[in-house]
Design a protein around this ligand. Structure first.
Ligand code: AMP
Length: 285
């Protein structure tokens, strides 16, 4: 049985559990405080801190794991991404006091003190930019460092950016874009046709389906030549006869969720009736 290292708490933990459940791999824990669980029939999960996951996967304590890409890069471990899970999106950014003259990376003075809980990525970033800074490692809440007078600049994660604004900081550069990923050791035998490959495919099919809806409608046969413009679909739309349907045919298509309102209006404009929209559990192209 393969072992997966999954986040033990927070939003990443909740989203991971929901995704596995939607893929037919419910995480069965024996109690709220359990540190391990059964995941489907092929996997055992261990619940650990996101920061420890790269090390566990890299050292072989786990076969694969789910953690933030920022955490993987900061760990310095070489891991292979099996799947970008799309949630946990954030950016690691450089920020300065909004009242300071620092507006671009070029304004950062040599010897500037930079507070961060990402010392490896921050050190590499400023080195590559040719700027000599003094690292001030903190374990969290780097935003407060300029107010305490212990740093001039911060490098921290932002999602909406409101924490930076509330703390009077201005974003001046992006170090990296991050999101949650399913990762494994390079060359792991379970990838490809093995159980990790199957897990990758199952999760991918759920993620692909999430932003799409299945639309069905009865369309007058005379409007069929206009249907392609209204319902582009993946390959379709599928057009089928209706028993006793008279002048109408049934049209089915996959539509991006954000296009639904336009699609429904378009269908109505060509005389469609009985428009039905459903969620899709999985989509395998
Ligand atoms: P925001 O105010 O939305 O920009 O969020 C910023 C705060 O949330 C910072 O303290 C970050 O450390 C934290 N944060 C935002 N996104 C993530 C993420 N994907 N993973 C971990 N921490 C995050």
């Amino acid at each position: 049985m393969l072992r997966l290292a999954l986040p033990n708490k927070g939003r990443l933990a909740d989203e991971t559990r929901d995704l596995f459940e939607d893929a037919g791999l419910p995480v069965r824990v024996r109690s709220d405080r359990a540190l391990t669980a059964q995941v489907g029939d092929a996997f055992e999960a261990i619940f650990v801190r996101t920061q420890d996951i790269p090390e566990f996967v890299s050292d072989g304590a786990a076969d694969a794991g789910v953690t933030g890409w920022d955490v993987v890069l900061e760990s310095g471990r070489t891991l292979e991404t099996l799947l970008d899970l799309g949630f946990g999106r954030c950016r690691l950014v450089v920020a300065a006091d909004e009242h300071s003259a620092v507006r671009t990376l070029g304004d950062v003075a040599d010897g500037a003190r930079v507070a961060t809980s990402f010392p490896r990525l921050t050190g590499d970033y400023f080195r590559n930019a040719g700027r000599a800074i003094e690292l001030v490692p903190v374990s969290g809440a780097a935003e407060i460092a300029p107010h305490l007078g212990i740093a001039d600049i911060v490098v921290d994660l932002v999602s909406t950016g409101s924490t930076l604004r509330v703390n009077g900081l201005r974003e001046i550069a992006t170090v990296l874009d991050s999101s949650a990923r399913l990762v494994t050791r390079p060359g792991h035998a379970g990838a490809g046709d093995g159980p990790l490959g199957e897990l990758q495919d199952a999760l991918a099919s759920v993620l692909r389906a999430r932003g799409q809806r299945y639309v069905m409608a009865n369309v007058p046969r005379v409007s069929l030549d206009r249907i392609r413009a209204v319902l582009p679909g993946l390959e379709g739309p599928t057009v089928t006869d209706i028993l006793n349907g008279g002048d109408h045919v049934a049209v089915h298509a996959v539509v991006r969720a954000e296009c639904l309102t336009t699609t429904i209006r378009g269908l109505q404009s060509i005389g469609a009736t009985g428009i039905l929209v459903t969620r899709i559990e999985r989509l395998v192209p």
